[in-house]
Design a protein around this ligand. Structure first.
Ligand code: ZN
Length: 254
């Protein structure tokens, strides 16, 4: 019972972080500050009052429209808030043994990944201000906290996966950019081997399936019209949440 209440608490915490991620995803690609000015309607510039920025609830109270000018608010805002809450809830539920420092590190990793997936989807870019902190956080915490892998494993996995994909990006520049390479190094820094390979496998597999479907639906050539970042993040989430189980099952097949 106590565990459920604690996980629900972290879920609510995730919903609030998700609300902040919406701001990050909107403002970082535009080069705007994430603290100032206060949240405002992007159409009429009306500064949002406290009751208009309550995560999830305000969207429903406002019936998905700006209180001032009636502009439609995207479903994505409450969606991101709910998803962040759900991910934090599930993570804390599956890892009740984690200390606060380890738990928060995982929350930050989950949050940065989600922001990167959305920004890449919107703008085809993976900003350094998010990929580098992810990489440094992954390596740094592996050295000082019980993150499941040692600092050296983290470093080796980040450098190994990063340099392999730097080479691929060099040989096949239309397939992926340097942003993807930095993200892969960042993901490697907290997954370690062999989980990073699982993440890359899932990302490539799902990315190829979606790419083929895209060509079939649009009846034209595939020219990197689909960003790779969201698939990398999907792979990273699967490997982070259930990588050990999946790898164990895989090896029992032989
Ligand atoms: Zn408005």
């Amino acid at each position: 019972m106590e565990e459920i209440i604690l996980s629900l608490f972290w879920g609510v915490y995730g919903i609030i972080i998700g609300s902040f991620l919406n701001v990050v995803v909107y403002r970082v690609p535009r080069g705007e500050s994430i603290v100032r000015p206060r949240s405002h309607c992007t159409l009429c510039n009306h500064t949002l009052k406290a009751w208009e920025v309550i995560p999830i609830f305000s969207f429903f109270i406002l019936r998905g429209r700006c209180h001032q000018c009636g502009a439609k608010i995207s479903w994505r805002y409450p969606g991101v808030e709910f998803l962040t809450g759900l991910l934090f809830y599930l993570w804390s539920w599956y890892h009740p043994e984690e200390s606060l420092a380890v738990l928060w590190t995982h929350f930050i990793i989950i949050a940065i990944l989600l922001a990167l997936a959305l920004i890449d989807y919107d703008t085809f870019r993976l900003p350094d201000v998010l990929t580098f902190p992810l990489l440094l956080l992954g390596i740094g915490t592996a050295f000082v906290l019980p993150m499941g892998i040692t600092g050296w494993e983290s470093l080796a996995s980040a450098v190994g996966a990063g340099s392999l994909f730097a080479l691929i990006a060099k040989l096949y520049p239309q397939g992926m950019g340097l942003g993807d390479v930095k993200l892969i190094a960042g993901i490697g820094s907290f997954l370690g081997f062999p989980n990073i390979l699982l993440a890359l496998f899932i990302a490539s597999l799902v990315g190829s399936i979606v790419g083929i479907l895209w060509i079939m639906i649009h009846q034209k050539e595939f020219k990197a019209q689909i960003p790779f970042g969201p698939f990398l993040v999907l792979g990273a989430y699967v490997a982070l949440f259930m990588g050990d189980e999946l790898i164990r099952v895989y090896f029992t097949l032989f």
